[in-house]
Structures are given as C-alpha cells and as structure tokens.
Design a protein around this ligand. Structure first.
Ligand SMILES: Nc1ncnc2c1ncn2[C@@H]1O[C@H](COP(=O)(O)OP(=O)(O)OP(=O)(O)O)[C@@H](O)[C@H]1O
Length: 233
C-alpha cells in the first residue's frame, strides 16, 4: 500500500503540495488527475524518493521512498532520461543489468504489441514512439508498485485506449499497484479503480471510480469537470 500522509512541499514561496493525504491500495490502479501545474509530477517524484517533502510522510509497504523502497517500485518519468545515443536495446540492457525483476519475455511481448524496434535511437523517435518506449521499459519490470507520469502523452487517442486496456489485461502483474498521472481522463476511466484529483496542490476529490459514477450518474470526466469548475469559482 502507498500511504500519503499530510504531505506538504513548497518551492520558494509556492506551496505545490498542500496537506495531502490518501492511500493507494494494493492491487489497484489509481488515476492521479489534475490540470497543468496541479502538482502531479511533484507528488510522483516524492513517492519515488526523488524529492523530499517539507512536512508529512509517504510510505510504500511501510518503507520510506528512495533506497528502502527502490526494489519494489518503478517510476517512469514524463521525460527522456537516456543518453542521446542510446537505442531502445541499450536502455533495456541497462535496466536488465540493474534490476533483478526485469522480465525478458514480457519485454519481447511488449516490443511486439507496441510495434517497437530495439534498434530505434530513443532521442530520434517521435513523441508517441518515445511514450511507448517508456511504457515498455516500465512494464517490463515486475515491480510491485508502478508510477507512470503522463504515460499516454503524445500517443494518439485511438492507440491510447488500446494500450490502456492492454496494460490491465495483459501486462499488469498480479497484485500490482499502479499510479497513473494523466490528463486523458476519458480514455483511461475504464481502467481506473480509484482517482485522486488535485488542484493547485490540494486534494479536491478522491474515491472509487464506479462508486463516484453511480452516485452521480455521470461520467468520470463530467464529475471531475464539475469539481474543477467549482474550485475555480
Ligand atoms: N523544481 C521546481 N522548482 C520550482 N517550482 C517547481 C519545481 N517543480 C515544479 N514546480 C512547480 O510546482 C507546481 C506543480 O508542478 P508539477 O510539475 O508537479 O505539476 P503537474 O500537475 O505535473 O503539471 P503538468 O500536468 O503540467 O505536468 C508548478 O507550479 C511548477 O511550476
């Protein structure tokens, strides 16, 4: 379980995470939703141990982010982290050398499904292809916790839906917990179990997607838009 407990983070004078608390239960897919600048990446980085909170705490199965939790968590950032000369095969080899949970057969399956070539130089690939490569590199590890920052950004809407569904049906590990930050609410609402909707660092709405939808008799996008409009008044 990932537990976020009264998390706070300020950059210079701006509070970008403000007294945030929620839980990502084991085996669930949680959508971290919010407009540009809401604080999604900051929160994911704090979960991954890449930045320190000013107040509050995050734990992953009771362990603090960073080194203690690294063996059970994969963080896939929304940017290129590879050297410009690296081919997809170089990045795959690197991760295989570093992580014991790299799964060769899953990587091969993902190469076929996402129609990727190992020979492609990552820096030279299109935006959509880079996004698919990031997904392959993240999903080929069998880690218990998976943090995906904007995994569908740059992928066309038709393919997005297909990939989102495949993540759940074909590529998720048993009991794996996935946190996905995204703006693409309509395309992913079918795969999400829970949502955490944030705005300017504050938590506006959290809950089970099916319960929220049946309580309000609306789509997830409509519910989130309503809450967002209300918060901006
Ligand atoms: N290192 C930093 N120094 C100063 N401010 C920062 C830093 N990183 C993020 N911020 C600010 O924190 C706020 C939240 O940024 P964050 O990247 O977490 O938002 P986001 O929800 O991921 O946005 P987007 O959807 O546009 O990617 C923004 O106002 C951003 O400018």
């Amino acid at each position: 379980m990932i537990r976020v407990d009264h998390a706070e983070k300020t950059f210079r004078t701006k509070k970008v995470i403000d007294d945030m608390s929620f839980v990502a239960a084991e085996g669930s897919i949680v959508g971290l939703l919010g407009a540009n600048g809401a604080g999604k990446t900051t929160l994911l980085k704090a979960m991954a141990g890449l930045l320190k909170l000013d107040r509050g705490a995050i734990t992953i199965d009771g362990k603090y982010p960073g080194l203690p939790a690294r063996a059970i968590l994969t963080y896939s950032p929304d940017l290129d982290i590879w050297y410009p000369w690296m081919k997809l095969s170089d990045a795959m080899r690197f991760l295989k050398d570093v992580y014991w949970d790299w799964d060769d057969s899953k990587a091969q399956h993902l190469l076929d499904f996402l129609e990727l070539s190992q020979e492609t130089v990552i820096a030279e690939a299109s935006k959509g292809t880079k996004a698919k490569m990031r997904l392959l590199l993240a999903l080929s590890r069998q880690s218990k916790y998976l943090l995906l920052d904007e995994p569908f950004s740059g992928i066309d809407p038709f393919t997005r839906k297909l990939i989102a569904q495949a993540i759940v049906e074909d590529f998720m590990e048993e009991g794996q917990t996935v946190v996905i930050s995204t703006h693409e609410i309509a395309e992913v609402e079918n795969i999400l179990d829970e949502i955490v909707f944030i705005h300017e660092g504050k938590l506006l709405l959290k809950g089970n997607v099916e319960t929220l939808k049946s309580d309000k008799n609306k789509s997830l996008l409509e519910i989130v838009e309503e809450v967002y409009d209300h918060a901006r008044l």
